[in-house]
Design a protein around this ligand. Structure first.
Ligand code: AP5
Ligand code: MG
Length: 197
């Protein structure tokens, strides 16, 4: 089973993807995590990514599409994958459809985790305070100023994906303001139900 988790920064995509990975053996593919790994390795993509991520902007579509295209061919994706943070623009969504078709793969569900902006600001403040308290390094884009920019980018560039999937009957919504367990239960209900597309 191959699914997409969509939603604004802090909606809980990563939290839910990890739970689904543990419970159902699907592979979480977080483009944000891949880019943070590139930043940590200090390679060329990492140097470009650090600047763009800290500014709350998006990496080029072609680079992200190529990254995902190569990644989903790895053996650990054979049982299925959860795209977390990809696609993030309409061109990425269109390229994903084309590349899945080319590889003979299908999308079983596109799930939007919906959370209003103000709740997201609170969550990111909590996450950055918790990492500071635990002594772990906070994400360098986890501050209110950058989050506001990430939210603007989400509304301007990523939210237009929603009608793209809605038109083709593939979009499902879950209320991301519920508890983590309730959100998981709602996603599992969707995955158990027949999905068109
Ligand atoms: P990315 O790493 O994808 O970040 P993001 O989408 O901005 O969002 P987060 O990872 O912060 O949120 P999340 O939805 O995963 O929430 P989480 O589970 O952590 O991208 C970072 C950057 O990389 C982008 O800005 C861009 O520059 C670049 N990039 C990545 N992909 C790209 C692409 N495809 N194209 C171009 N550029 C790309 O939860 C957040 C917090 O809330 C946690 O503390 C969690 O514990 C808590 N929480 C979760 N669920 C709940 C709940 N139900 N109730 C209460 N608290 C909850
Ligand atoms: Mg995440």
């Amino acid at each position: 089973m191959n699914i997409i988790l969509l939603g604004p920064p802090g909606a809980g995509k990563g939290t839910q993807a990890k739970i689904l990975e543990d419970k159902h053996g699907l592979k979480q593919l977080s483009t944000g995590d891949m880019l943070r790994a590139a930043v940590a390795s200090g390679d060329e993509i990492g140097r470009q990514a650090k600047e763009i991520m800290d500014a709350g902007q998006l990496m080029p579509d072609a680079l992200m599409v190529e990254m995902i295209s190569q990644r989903i061919e790895q053996p650990d994706c054979a049982k299925g994958f959860i795209l977390d943070g990809f696609p993030r623009t309409v061109p990425q969504a269109e390229a994903l459809d084309a590349l899945l078709e080319g590889k003979g793969l299908k999308l079983n569900a596109v799930i939007e985790v919906s959370v209003p902006d103000e709740a997201l600001v609170q969550r990111i403040e909590t996450r950055s305070r918790q990492s500071a308290e635990s002594g772990a390094a906070a994400r360098s884009d986890d501050n209110v100023e950058t989050l506001r920019k990430r939210l603007k980018v989400y509304h301007d560039q990523t939210a237009p994906i929603l009608p793209y999937y809605e038109r083709t009957g593939r979009l499902k919504r879950v209320d991301g303001l519920q508890s983590i367990e309730e959100v998981t239960a709602q996603i599992e209900e969707i995955l158990g139900a027949p999905v068109r597309g």
